[in-house]
Design a protein around this ligand. Structure first.
Ligand code: SF4
Ligand code: SF4
Length: 160
């Protein structure tokens, strides 16, 4: 399977489930969709996913970002999107798949109020969908390497 096919399948698993049964963005003002005080923001695309963004909405762009993995691609949006446009990273947030399931994504501490209550505070259907997406992704070498790099990056965040 090509990386793109895998990412499409993983995105489909997270098409209709969200972190909470209600819209979690109402309470926090969709904090994860806002740029930071430096005007920076964006979500890393999974391997192959850039092919789904050849026709970008106005105000969106894709930039190289090697902070997590060489050749990384960062999708920068204008803070609003249709659900079907959401990259896989946004669909998974604030979870990150592991080889055994899914865990809270340490990068989310900066913005997401759901981090305090952890996985037990999330809709179990969302947690299961993220874990299922993880099983698909870890079966593909390019996605496994990408997720391993994200986990390594998160380990470094522990020291800050
Ligand atoms: S920051 Fe967390 S609580 Fe807010 S919209 Fe994003 S995932 Fe939901
Ligand atoms: S792509 Fe959509 S979900 Fe992701 S950060 Fe932008 S507005 Fe938010």
């Amino acid at each position: 399977m090509e990386p793109l096919e895998t990412v499409i399948a993983a995105r489909a698993l997270l098409e209709s489930v969200t972190p909470l049964k209600r819209d979690c963005g109402r309470a926090c003002g969709a904090a994860c969709c806002q740029s930071d005080e430096d005007g920076q923001g964006g979500m890393l695309l999974f391997p192959g996913e850039e092919a789904l963004y050849t026709d970008l909405p106005a105000g969106w762009r894709i930039e190289p970002d090697d902070a997590v993995i060489p050749g990384g691609r960062l999708l920068i949006c204008d803070g609003r999107c249709e659900r079907m446009q959401r990259p896989l990273s946004c669909r998974l947030f604030p979870l990150l798949p592991t080889r055994a399931g899914a865990k809270m994504d340490r990068r989310a501490w900066a913005v997401c109020p759901l981090m305090e209550s952890g996985k037990r505070g999330l809709d179990p259907r969302f947690v299961e969908a993220a874990a299922k997406a993880g099983r698909l992704l870890y079966a593909h070498p390019a996605h496994a390497a990408f997720l391993d790099a994200l986990h390594a990056y998160n380990e470094q965040l522990k020291t800050f």
